[in-house]
Write a protein that binds this ligand. Structure first.
Ligand SMILES: Cc1ncc(COP(=O)(O)O)c(C=O)c1O
Length: 391
């Protein structure tokens, strides 16, 4: 049986299953690699890809000034993190819901909690809420970075409608007219590069073709705003999948990194990223239906995104286990084909990896933090704290 399996098995001996764990040694190494790839550019940690306050704190403390703050994913979460003492937050996803706007206003009473906008409607709603509370809210304009070799072809995500520098300048001017808003910066996330794996030649080509356009457009945006006399403190871009490339871009003041820390299994398929699995969930073997197959209790932790087999959890340790194509990862039972030479008895743990880094935390109240073959501590996830921000 592999050394990695024996080590993790030893670390969780006697713990009731299922459980979720973080391998701190692997997390530290991932952290060091990502930090080195950023080549001095400041990092902003995507909280959606961690969803555990103690781990966010662990990463930020380890980085010191290299991490400037967090990229958050809901207004309620932003307020929660602000109340926990985080001073530099950026909510990357716009909202007009009144309760969200109130939460953002309150978050700004603790520190800087900026929010992304991409329309006049969002901007005006925020302006009214901030004015009513007598608070100034920093605003970041979110710009679409999809690859559009011709106008009719859109290769990327569907988020912001803002594409041209003129449209961004027009929204910037509108923000400047509001006494309760502060124009804080730009956000321009190249999802078709950072969020797409290199597992087929078409994707690889798309990424290569898209890069120069993204770089040109981000630098043109910075120039257009400078020409308006607007020197903005923040220009955010990048993601775990593009950190080493985006680090070279002069226009960006900071890079977002999230999933790369825990290295969920979708991140195995990036050519330029050398990361190690740092988060697992462990299930118990409860049945042996026939020779060469064991069945675990639980397992159906399927990830978001375009539905497909890559969203299923990956049985990782012991190595060589395979899901059965007709059953996949089940709601309560997950059968696995066991390779020759591997012996798993009833009660033994099997370690799985989730496809996405943050979503694992939605299924467990705590992470067991492992160092070497020892259980160092246990820390609550958002779920364990009774916080469910998006589900
Ligand atoms: C705005 C934005 N920036 C950056 C990222 C990258 O996050 P991660 O490093 O977890 O892939 C994402 C992920 O969806 C995002 O939405």
């Amino acid at each position: 049986m592999s050394g990695a399996y024996q080590r993790l098995k030893q670390a969780i001996a006697g713990e009731p299953l299922p459980l979720a764990l973080v391998d701190l040694d692997a997390l530290d190494r991932n952290f060091d690699r990502l930090l080195a790839s950023a080549r001095g550019k400041k990092l902003r940690i995507a909280s959606k890809s961690v969803r555990c306050p103690a781990l966010l704190r662990y990463l930020a403390d380890r980085a010191g000034p290299a991490v400037i703050g967090l990229m958050t994913y809901t207004a309620a979460e932003t307020e929660f993190l602000a109340s926990e003492g985080w001073k530099d937050l950026l909510l990357a996803y716009p909202t007009v819901q009144p309760s969200d706007l109130q939460a953002l206003v309150r978050a700004n009473q603790h520190g800087t909690a900026a929010v992304a906008v991409d329309s006049a409607e969002q901007t005006d709603a925020l302006s009214v809420a901030a004015a009513a509370a007598g608070v100034s809210v920093p605003v970041v304009i979110d710009v679409d970075m999809s690859y559009r070799p011709i106008e009719a072809l859109h290769l990327g995500v569907r988020r912001s409608p803002l594409r041209s520098a003129a449209a961004v300048v027009a929204l910037a001017r509108r923000i400047l007219t509001s006494p309760s808003l502060r124009l804080h910066g730009l956000q321009a996330y190249e999802a078709q590069i950072a969020g797409m794996t290199d597992d087929n030649p078409f994707k690889r080509l798309l990424k290569l073709l898209s890069r120069p356009q993204v770089e040109r457009r981000r630098s043109a945006l910075a120039r257009a705003l400078a020409a308006e006399g607007l020197a903005l403190p923040l220009f955010n871009g990048g993601g775990s999948g593009s950190v080493s490339w985006a680090a070279g871009e002069a226009a960006l003041t900071e890079l977002t990194v999230g999933s790369g820390f825990l290295a969920s299994h979708l991140f195995d398929h990036y050519r330029d990223l050398q990361l190690e699995p740092a988060a697992y969930f462990a299930l118990q073997v409860t049945r042996a239906p026939t020779a060469g197959i064991v069945t675990c209790l639980g397992g159906g932790l399927v990830a978001s995104g375009e539905a497909g087999p890559d969203r299923l959890p990956l049985p990782a340790l012991p190595p060589g286990l395979k899901l059965l194509p007709l059953e996949g990862a089940g709601e309560v039972q997950t059968p696995l084909r066991v390779p020759a030479g591997t012996r798993l008895g009833l009660g033994d743990p099997v370690f799985f990896r989730h496809a996405k880094a943050g979503e694992l935390a939605e299924h467990f109240n705590e992470y067991l933090l492992i160092r070497g073959d020892r259980l160092e501590s246990r820390v609550p996830t958002y779920r364990g704290l009774g916080r469910c921000f998006l589900g």
